[in-house]
Design a protein around this ligand. Structure first.
Ligand code: LMR
Length: 320
């Protein structure tokens, strides 16, 4: 079987972490792309020299030329600017939209058959813009956030209940902003609904609400702690899980920012929903039954995403 090719657009902290993870897992040969000269080449060289120590066999190269991503099977996009303390993800819209235009055109020209995973913020709007600029089919462009947000929710619940994180199946829907919707009704501790488990453990509803709130603000908490940048380990790990599902045709059901049309009352919007990922890309959006309160929270979140798309159209006339 031909070796797979993974193109990583952006060689910052997430790009470097992605390259390391993909190499360790021997997912294929890796091209680390950045417009900053020397940076992807330097990181690629450094990472390549981990191979003999860790025992992985992956060809890792750095490039400033989009032609080098030609024929990539998977493209993971982290290019753009992260927020700083005090900023919202939406404050990055103008600057990162321009970056998505260049990236989308690079993908369109060089690897139109790739599966593209976007991590750049504001996530849901950037996935949409990347899809528009690249012209790829909707099922081949997806945003990473739901896996990350659900992992944060799961981590906080595992700490609260003092149980293994392996037994927590947590679930977050909606846009990747502070209006995201952690869904407790579908969150379980090894099959036991989280609210029932909380009663068994004597954890109050108020405490679960606090964990939901911490999850919603999870990215900002890390931005505040780092002081000059945003999370990178868990975002990279999330995108790698999605890439593996695609390359392995695993049919995993992962919450991610997929194109939703005719489900959840949406008429063509990228937003976080449970999605089957396999060789066909995002093969199916799974529509789950929600309570009235969950539906109205999801509406607030999807309305916020729609507002951002309008702002994108105002900033770039080719999107209107
Ligand atoms: C995250 O959730 O960690 C990322 O979206 C980065 C950020 O700005 O919060």
């Amino acid at each position: 079987m031909a070796r797979k090719k993974i193109a990583l657009i952006g060689s910052g902290m997430i790009g470097g972490t992605l390259a390391h993870l993909a190499a360790k897992k021997e997912m294929g040969d890796i091209v680390l792309f950045d417009i900053a000269e020397g940076m992807p080449q330097g990181k690629a060289l450094d990472l390549s020299q981990c191979g003999p120590i860790e025992g992985f066999d992956a060809r890792i190269t750095g490039s400033n030329d989009y032609a080098d991503i030609a024929g990539a099977d998977v493209v993971i996009v982290t290019a753009g600017v992260p927020r700083k303390p005090g900023m919202s993800r939406d404050d990055l819209l103008g600057i990162n939209l321009k970056v998505m235009k260049a990236v989308g055109e690079g993908i369109k020209k060089n690897c139109p058959d790739a599966f593209v995973i976007c991590i750049t913020n504001p996530l849901d709007a950037m996935v949409w813009a990347l899809r528009e600029f690249s012209g790829l089919p909707h099922n081949k462009v997806v945003g990473m956030a739901g896996v990350l947000d659900s992992a944060r929710f799961a981590t906080f619940l595992a700490w609260e209940f003092d149980v293994s994180v392996k037994d927590v199946n947590a679930f977050v829907l909606g846009g990747h902003g502070d209006t995201m919707v952690p869904i407790t009704s579908y969150t379980t501790i090894n099959g036991i609904p989280v609210n029932d488990f909380a009663k068994i453990k004597g954890v109050s509803e108020g405490r679960i609400d606090e964990i939901v709130d911490r999850t919603r603000k999870g990215g900002g908490e890390i931005v505040g702690l780092l002081g000059n940048g945003s999370a990178y380990y868990a975002p990279a790990t999330s995108a790698i899980a999605m890439a593996e599902a695609y390359l392995g045709d695993s049919k995993r059901i992962l919450p991610c920012a997929s194109f939703v049309e005719g489900k959840y009352g949406l008429d063509g919007l990228y937003v976080g929903v449970p999605t089957m990922i396999g060789a066909g890309g995002t093969e199916e959006v799974i529509e789950i039954e929600l309570s009235d309160e969950e539906k109205s929270n999801l509406k607030v979140s999807t309305d916020a995403v729609e507002e951002l798309l309008e702002a994108c159209k105002g900033l770039d006339s080719s999107l209107a």
